[in-house]
Design a protein around this ligand. Sequence first.
Ligand SMILES: [Cu+2]
Length: 68
Amino acid sequence: MYELQIDDMTCGHCASKVTKTVIELDATAKVEIDLPTHKVRVQSDTALVDISEALADAGYPVVASTTV
Ligand SMILES: [Cu+2]
């Protein structure tokens, strides 16, 4: 599981865009969003670097990430 910090994710629209971006990369991924802290938890076999790249391309750069 990855924990991503995405400061530019500020509303429900952003949250759904972030979720959609990850799901497009891995349809089996589980995405959990905590909007107040701008944190995203992702359960996926896709490499963290690929997820981060896709999110940056979608306009939501990952400012910090950890594998938990
Ligand atoms: Cu938004």
